[in-house]
Design a protein around this ligand. Structure first.
Ligand code: ATP
Length: 338
């Protein structure tokens, strides 16, 4: 368990491959259950899965409607039984705490609201239907938020905009209801709609000049500002999601769920530091490239940079091992031996 971006998927695969038992993973992120928008929903990639089988990850057609918590309970419950019947360990991973709650609680009441409700039926039940070991990866909020904002920039760099353009170019996008609430979809709707208007000169004039001037040369400026606004909102909404997710986890903990909290803040500090260093180096590299006679020296310093990139990756991987992986393995092994 944990907020978006905290490293849950990585930890689940690392645990599945190093706890001495065969394990399979069940996704409990309500946006990742659907096919599509792999970058925007931040689905774990095939190489990152390291051969570990994943269930309910990208399996559902978003046009079939939103999966309810009760439906998730049935589908994920069936996956738990299937995995256990083959003598393997089910590992549930994902940020949708309402799904995790519905799956694990002994008696699930679809009408209750354990996270926001205050009625007598809305209390978190500590009675579970399985013997569970809970790991909660926690990251200090300002550090996580800083990381999440950079992750949005990275998503943009690695193709989120192309993915969204494809989503919006389909005539049936509005029918893919399961994915419509994915962060990025509502925020970018106007931007892509503007794209569709681009060839229409009248619309162009209307939007750029309020409809009362000739021209349209400012179109790019307007599109850019709509785009920048959308990216800013994506960052804001991602941080809000993280905050809400942690609030729900805290609520489960106060309601009697025995969650083991693992603090990953130092890992993220290290990752951010490494990213800052890399950015500073890239800027220096650009400056260096402008120096005409630097060809020979460039070869030498390029080698040094490659080395320091590797070193940086190793540094945060070491902190991950020490602060997150080792304590998590201990907790899981103790649980399996009980
Ligand atoms: P709620 O009670 O608000 O529905 P929940 O615990 O059931 O909360 P969350 O997983 O917290 O569900 O998701 C809430 C919202 O956050 C989603 O509707 C969606 O807008 C956004 N969201 C959640 N997961 C992702 C994701 N992987 N990628 C993009 N957006 C997401």
């Amino acid at each position: 368990m944990g907020a978006t971006g905290c490293g849950k998927s990585k930890l689940s695969v690392d645990l599945a491959t190093s706890c001495g038992v065969e394990a399979e993973i069940i996704n409990s992120d309500k946006m990742q259950v659907y096919k599509g928008l792999d970058i925007a929903t931040n689905k774990i990639t095939i190489p990152e899965r390291k051969g570990v089988r994943h269930h309910l990850l990208g399996d559902l057609d978003p046009a079939d409607g939103e999966l309810t918590a009760a439906e998730f309970r049935d589908a994920a419950g069936a996956a738990v039984s299937d995995i256990a019947s083959r003598g393997k360990l089910p590992v549930v991973v994902g940020g949708s705490n309402s799904f995790i709650y519905s799956l694990l609680v002994d008696r699930f009441h679809p009408g209750s609201d354990v996270f926001y409700g205050s009625g007598p039926g809305d209390r978190v039940s500590p009675q579970l239907r399985y013997d569970c070991c809970f790991l909660w990866i926690d990251v200090a909020f300002p550090v996580l938020c800083d990381y999440l904002c950079r992750r949005v920039d990275e998503m943009v760099e690695t193709g989120m905009m192309e993915e969204m353009a494809e989503f919006y170019s389909s005539e049936s996008w509005a029918g893919r209801v399961g994915l419509l609430k994915t962060i990025g979809v509502p925020e970018l709707e106007w931007y892509y709609k503007m794209g569709n208007f681009e060839s229409n000169k009248n619309n162009r004039k209307m939007i750029v000049n309020g409809g009362d001037e000739e021209g349209g040369g400012g179109w790019d400026t307007v599109r850019r500002s709509v785009y920048e606004d959308a990216v800013r909102k994506i960052k804001e909404n991602t941080c809000r999601l993280a905050e809400r997710q942690v609030g729900k986890i805290v609520r489960l903990k106060s309601g009697g769920w025995d969650l083991h909290r693992v603090d990953a803040t130092d890992v993220f500090r290290e990752r951010l530091r490494a990213a800052d260093e890399a950015a500073a180096e890239a800027a220096a590299e650009e400056e260096e490239m402008e120096v005409v006679m630097a060809a020979a020296a460039e070869c030498g310093s390029g080698g040094a940079r490659r080395k320091s990139r590797k070193k940086r990756r190793r540094q945060w991987a070491e902190v991950w091992e020490k602060e997150v992986m080792d304590p998590s393995v201990k907790i899981v092994k103790r649980f399996l031996e009980e």
